[in-house]
Design a binder for this molecule. Sequence first.
Ligand SMILES: *[C@@H]1O[C@H](CO)[C@@H](O)[C@H](O)[C@H]1NC(C)=O
Ligand SMILES: *[C@@H]1O[C@H](CO)[C@@H](O)[C@H](O)[C@H]1NC(C)=O
Ligand SMILES: *[C@@H]1O[C@H](CO)[C@@H](O)[C@H](O)[C@H]1NC(C)=O
Length: 499
Amino acid sequence: MFASKMIVLLLSLLCFGAAEGAKILGVFPIASPSHYILGSALLKGLAEAGHNVTMISPYSQKAPPKNGTWREIVLEELAEEMKKRFENPNLFQKRPSGPLFFFFFLNNNRNAEQVLAHPKVQNLIHSGEKFDVVIVLQFFNDAMKAFASHFGGHLVLFSNTAPNSMLNPLVGNPSLPSHSPEVMMGYAGRMTFYQRLLNSIFKFATALNLNTLFYYRQNKLIQKYFPNPVDIADVLYNASLVLVNSHVSFSDAEPTVPCMMICKNFLDDAKEGVIYFSLGSNLKSKNLPEEKRDALLKAFHKRKEKVLWKWEEDVMPGQPSNVKLGKWFPQQEILAHPNVKVFITHGGMLSTTETVHHGVPIIAIPIFADQAMNARTAEEAGIGVVLPFDDLSEETLSSLLEEVINNPKYRENVKQRSTIMQDRQVKPMDKAIYWIEYVIRHNGALHLRVPYLHLTWYQYYLLDVFGFILLFALTAFVITKVICTHLCSRTRTRKEKTN
Ligand SMILES: *[C@@H]1O[C@H](CO)[C@@H](O)[C@H](O)[C@H]1NC(C)=O
Ligand SMILES: *[C@@H]1O[C@H](CO)[C@@H](O)[C@H](O)[C@H]1NC(C)=O
Ligand SMILES: *[C@@H]1O[C@H](CO)[C@@H](O)[C@H](O)[C@H]1NC(C)=O
């Protein structure tokens, strides 16, 4: 009896001890604070759970875990370059619209090359080190997946946005153009015929672009920068796990395959009202066109509430007395404050998550990327309103402030979403750590993968089957027509003869 208990204990130690102190590499090479904040939160969580973590990213950690389980490979040049790009005041004038923005990224593999060619990264590649798990940020950089096979680790993907056309096919996640709006299209909820048409065209164009040009070029990078390179096709569809930063409390509910885990917001563990205005970490509100800034100031001046404005300089021309400026605000703490009546935001994923978490209604002024979709989703969920940047004026902003602050429905809706977001079986960080360790324990967890990953994109969408049916119907029609014409002309000639 005792012996068998001992054996069970030993066995479980053997099986479940395997994930203790794993070596984990995180590849988060995108110079965007919102990608970094979530990625580093996850990796720090893993380090604090006792794993030995190495992170490749443009930024360094201000409060790294102390006990020798945290190493950073910082690519400062990428951060500098991106900072310069966002200094550009033209960003507000010439905003690339959603799909164009997407295809711009899709046809630009400069970032991936910069990372792979970087001397620090090349050092790591040639160090002979091994990793148990390689976590790669899913963001137009599929060549990075070769790190997993190079270092002999299981591949885990991390996605900062809702499942999309770049991610879904890689793990066979159900995503038909009829029900699954693309992040970049800015649609949400039920789509009209016209939206489904454009959504389908976008999906097919993406699939075509990925499978002809994009993966081909990413593969060239693998061949150039890795010794004994694999082919991209061998790593592309080989992810053991996908961690996605979206949650039904905010994004629309969608089906997911078993290896895809939705774990929203790792940052959890972190008399007059206030209006909080911030365009996020990338955009500089000092670069706002003057007439837009004036519109904001005039609208704010009329209000009795205090306004907190994230502003990058010391002074602001024409600053009203109720407007307080700050180069940086502790956003979480501000949103958590009961006096905050409304958050005027660009609609970035991180900001929308935080606002839902704290139950603050929003006025969203989306600028680019996924912001239009987040803004539209927020409006459909009744937790705020969208103010298109081109329509921003003193009058439009004033009337929306009136509406969102005085109509209680926005606050009630967002409070309800907030309770949904916080009602969870396990904390998001614990969930992510559990599943990463699960992948290690079960040697890549191949059993979580769906069996139809071999389908090509046109097979997945049944284009070959519909093509065949169409061809068959056309042939049948033509044959029937030929036979008919033939028979008819014969009966006619016979009739003519009898006449
Ligand atoms: C590292 O430190 C954290 C606390 O910060 C602790 O929980 C963890 O067990 C430590 N890991 C190792 C490997 O000592
Ligand atoms: C973590 O990995 C690094 C790099 O391989 C190594 O130098 C360090 O000693 C490891 N730390 C622990 C606590 O095992
Ligand atoms: C694919 O993933 C499995 C499980 O992680 C791993 O054993 C295998 O080596 C990977 N294949 C390649 C080409 O990396």
